[in-house]
Design a protein around this ligand. Structure first.
Ligand code: COA
Length: 431
């Protein structure tokens, strides 16, 4: 059978495709903006047919209707990262959270979390019968390889991305042809605090560095201050519209990269149509699975690797809580530790945690102790630079006393006195 005959014979409706999901199955959903919303809608519409289907997902960018009240008998959400649409489900006990490094997730599907069904989005096949996984290759490629059944929404709006992002039609069991806009991520609002943080972080970036950027206002603010740099490169878990602007400004060439020179290396993409147009059939943008892109030993092969991530709280020892507020899980480890460790091993590397000094001006994010029940995402031995709108604290290689002093210097002035009192109690020294 030719691939064209196979493709025609395996094309079906969403209703028929989701009938291949059975009670007790583990269903893995393609990540973030690659989410196959039409298949998820059909799965949820068929909820009465299922009991105890485990839905494994990371950043759920769609409605996450399977995790809403009333769905408990049919679905149980297993979050590998908690996002806005799944926070309540995990907090209210309708879902679970599995702590993990993003780089490990593909390995789970071959071992700890065997996959029954993968729900994915692909482009239509090219002339060789290969579909692209588009904006999300990350753990999705492993889900395709490991699942007993692979169901794909074929969406002509999904950008055809290059690199290790191609799947042969024979690897997919059902095709559901359904065009929909690729889920957008609106650019974040950048205020004066984010701008000041961006400027401080940008002062740590040199011409020729390779960057990893987390998600949100702070990475975007950093990019605004990098327009004067030369020959920057990208090796990042994800990137967004800000990288397109910086590339157009001529600051990113990827020309000095020691690994994959000339290429943007990334495992998933989130942005607006501007980003999706930029990556479509762009051979310079190299999408690859997350167990490659986020492997600290791969990251470390980039000389002058700079990782830029954010967090919820930092204590005076430099322990970083990035995913919980007290015991409440609000996000996940994601790739933060993967990149911090990779940058630490990179020749000339730097790892930056950047955050506003306060939570909306009300409480300090630099604290004597993390809130009770908080998870430490980045441990004090891994932390390198911490940056706020008030400056830069370099912690790696410094004593607890030096770290505390450096962190107090970049805390919001309203909270410095209280932190200094803690310093004097802890170190039996006047500040
Ligand atoms: N105490 C109480 N609430 C806090 C807080 C603190 N110390 N720090 C943050 N919050 C609240 C914010 O007020 C906000 O609440 P809201 O949603 O009601 O407005 C919420 O937590 C999210 O914080 P915000 O600063 O708006 O989030 P962000 O989009 O900048 O993301 C992280 C910050 C830390 C959540 C995010 O960077 C993350 O998940 N990091 C870990 C994973 C990672 O680094 N991955 C690698 C790159 S993708």
């Amino acid at each position: 059978m030719s691939w064209k005959e196979y493709y025609a014979a395996h094309t079906t409706t969403a209703e028929q495709a989701v009938a291949r999901i059975h009670s007790g199955d583990r269903v893995v959903v393609q990540h973030a903006c690659g989410e196959p919303s039409h298949l998820l809608d059909a799965m949820v519409a068929n909820a009465a047919a299922y009991e105890n289907v485990e839905v494994v997902h990371m950043v759920a960018m769609g409605k996450a209707a399977y995790a809403q009240p009333g769905m408990e008998a049919h679905f149980r959400h297993n979050a590998l990262f908690v996002g806005g649409t799944t926070r309540a489900a995990v907090a209210e006990g309708r879902g679970d959270f599995t702590p993990c490094f993003f780089s490990e997730v593909p390995g789970f599907f071959a071992d700890a979390l065997p996959v029954d069904v993968a729900l994915i989005t692909v482009t239509p096949p090219d002339e060789n019968g290969k579909c692209s996984l588009g904006v999300s290759v990350d753990y999705t490629m492993a889900a395709v390889k490991c699942a007993k059944t692979v169901i794909a929404q074929v969406n002509r709006n999904m950008p055809f991305t290059c690199g290790q992002s191609l799947v042969g039609v024979e690897e997919i069991d059902c095709f559901v042809l359904y065009d929909a806009p690729v889920i957008p991520l609106a650019p974040p609002k950048i205020g004066p605090v984010e701008e000041a943080i961006g400027e401080n972080v940008a002062s740590l970036v040199r011409d020729g560095d390779t960057l990893q950027l987390g998600i949100g206002a702070i990475p975007d603010a950093v990019l605004k201050f990098l327009t004067g740099k030369k020959d920057l490169g990208i090796h990042s878990e994800m990137f967004s519209d800000g990288v397109v602007d910086l590339a157009r400004a001529g600051a990113i060439t990827n020309g000095k990269k020691s690994l994959h020179p000339g290429k943007y290396v990334v495992t998933f993409l989130m942005g607006t149509q501007k980003l999706y147009d930029f990556v479509d059939h762009n051979p310079e943008v190299y999408l690859a699975p997350v167990d490659y892109v986020n492997d600290p030993f791969v990251i470390a092969q980039n000389d002058n690797m700079v990782s830029i991530n954010s967090c919820v709280q930092v204590d005076l020892m430099g322990q970083v809580a990035s995913e919980t507020i007290g015991p409440l899980q609000i996000s996940g480890t994601g790739g933060q530790v993967d990149f911090i460790r990779g940058a630490a091993r990179s020749k000339g590397g730097r790892a930056i945690i950047a955050m506003p000094s306060t939570v909306k001006g009300k409480t300090s994010k630099i604290v004597p102790r993390l809130d009770a029940g908080a998870a430490v995402t980045t441990c004090r031995c891994d932390v390198d630079y911490v940056v706020t709108e008030y400056g830069i604290a370099h912690l790696k290689g410094h004593t607890l006393r030096e770290r505390a002093r450096a962190l107090i210097e970049i805390a919001h002035p309203d909270f410095r006195d209280g932190l200094r009192e803690e310093f004097e109690r802890r170190f039996h020294k006047t500040y």
